[in-house]
Design a protein around this ligand. Structure first.
Ligand SMILES: CC(C)[C@H](C(=O)O)[C@@H](O)C(=O)O
Ligand code: SF4
Length: 481
């Protein structure tokens, strides 16, 4: 028998029933819930007079609609000024109480973006199936877990039955070998991959990231990469389990206790693709060739290295492609051929489930230390991914570094990643953002998003435009400003 991929192994281990029509029933180990996609699911349970099948498999936290200013947060749910947001967060709260589901509520220090909270708590473990009514659930695949987003009716189905109807995907391997250059990060790897294969490149596949460059990454870096698998069209991103995975999980609140730990580790170590496993498609990338990336357009595949330029429509022969680029340039207020380093910024956002973990904040703080945010910016903000990330950062003094440089230091949540709360871009504003989507209006009506790594966002905040982090030296230190 041919070897199996990691995805095959996870699938086989959770298969309840294969049906003749190609669909299958799989068992779900963990469901994460947030306020946007759960209300109708709970309502459905209520109407059918059903109870959750396995209470302790569910964990909830509000993230999309929570305000990030201390002023609103200190009051709790009642303090949320926006009516829709307040109702959403309140509804999650009362549903969790009614159905007896564990929630890290708005004033709980463990609250945060669901994809930061799950792994941080050890609620995401190797070998699990993890679902959430959220497309960035792919993040959790960094642990060798089969994780993907689901729709609200499926949230209800999982609550009620602990199972999900799925079709098996194909296997795609993204092999990234070699060493990253100084200042080049996991975010640049995934942006470069999407730039290469396009936003449909992974459609229909479970996408496993492998190779020496992936193995060298921390869990934070691997999560950043799997987080954006969905932006490459794949619902599932995966990284095989190794010692880095196990070290991260050890002693987390929801991790297996001491008496079963060794047993769990032995099972987890099998969660890698067999050496003779066959993938339906393999893509190779050389890590050493990846530059810090900046997206210039309205899709994550519209991305280029920092030394590059915005494409000129006149160079594009394919008419459909040319029109797509023209439209994106018009929306973004950029001209063809413009150098990336010439793009002037209005705001800088460091946060989101892609890049708001402690390592991301450390990387950004390292860059801004002793510098001043450019006076040309309207705002530069740092939004930790969870209350625990925030506390850890504050213990390390990172909040002081950011504040002294002129950044706002906020409370945890999705924040400016998408315009579902008070943190928004104004029309026409350019934002260097560490998030994952740059669609039209994503960060606010008419807003213009440029996706970058935390280090690149931090340096851009100091200069007011993009710079090459590899060669940059700050023009504005705190002494000179
Ligand atoms: C609101 C939610 C359903 C959505 C998602 O599915 O990803 C959001 O988190 C996003 O990033 O666009
Ligand atoms: S941080 Fe952004 S991408 Fe992540 S879950 Fe929230 S809105 Fe979605």
């Amino acid at each position: 028998m041919a070897g199996r991929t990691l995805y095959d192994k996870l699938w086989d281990a959770h298969l309840v029933q294969q049906r003749d029509d190609g669909t299958a029933l799989i068992y779900i180990d963990r469901q994460l819930l947030h306020e946007v996609t759960s209300p109708q699911a709970f309502e459905g349970l209520r109407l059918a007079n059903r109870k959750p099948w396995r209470l302790d498999s569910n964990i909830a936290t509000p993230d999309h609609n929570v305000p990030t200013t201390l002023k609103e947060r200190s009051i709790g749910i009642e303090g949320i000024e926006d009516d829709t947001s307040r109702i959403q967060v309140m509804t999650l709260d009362s549903n969790c109480t009614d159905f007896n589901i564990e929630q890290f509520g708005i004033n709980d220090e463990r609250q945060g973006i669901v994809h930061v909270v799950g792994p941080e708590q050890g609620a995401t473990l190797p070998g699990m199936t993890v679902v959430c009514g959220d497309s960035h659930t792919a993040t959790h695949g960094a642990f060798g877990a089969l994780a993907h987003g689901i729709g609200t009716s499926e949230v209800e189905h999982v609550l009620a039955t602990q199972c999900l109807i799925q079709r098996k995907m194909k296997n795609l391997k993204i092999q990234v070998d070699g060493e990253l250059g100084e200042g080049v990060t996991a975010k640049d790897i995934i942006l470069a991959i999407i730039g290469d294969i396009g936003t449909a490149g992974g459609t229909g596949y479970a996408m496993e990231f492998a190779g020496s460059a992936i193995e060298a990454l921390s869990m934070e870096g691997r999560m950043t990469i799997c987080n954006m698998a969905i932006e490459a069209g794949a619902r599932v991103g995966l990284v095989g389990v190794d010692q880095t995975t196990i070290d991260y999980v050890a002693k987390r609140p929801f991790a297996p206790r001491e008496d079963v730990w060794e047993q769990a580790v032995r099972r987890w170590q099998e969660l890698v693709s067999d050496t003779d496993a066959e993938f339906d498609k393999v893509v190779h990338l050389d890590a050493a060739k990846i530059e810090p990336q900046v997206s210039w357009g309205t899709s994550p595949e519209m991305v280029v290295g920092i030394t590059g330029a915005v494409p000129a429509p006149s160079d594009i022969t394919d008419a459909t492609k040319r029109r797509g680029v023209e439209r994106a340039l018009e929306y973004m207020g950029l001209s063809g051929g413009q150098k990336i380093t010439d793009i002037q910024l209005d705001r800088v956002f460091i946060g989101s489930c892609t890049n708001s973990r402690i390592e991301d904040l450390r990387a950004a703080a390292e860059v801004v230390k002793g510098c001043r945010v450019s006076p040309n910016l309207k705002q530069a903000m740092v939004v930790p991914g969870s209350g625990l990330v925030k506390r850890m950062a504050e213990r390390e003094g990172l909040d002081v570094v950011f504040k002294q440089a002129g950044f706002e230091w906020r409370e945890p949540g999705c924040s400016m990643c998408l315009a579902m709360n008070a943190d928004k871009l104004g029309a026409g504003e350019h934002c260097a953002s560490t998030s994952n989507r740059n669609f039209e209006g994503r960060q606010g009506y008419g807003g213009r998003t440029h996706l970058v790594s935390p280090a690149m966002a931090a340096a851009a905040a100091i200069e007011g435009h993009f710079v090459d982090i590899r060669t940059w030296s700050p023009s504005r230190t705190q002494e000179s400003a």
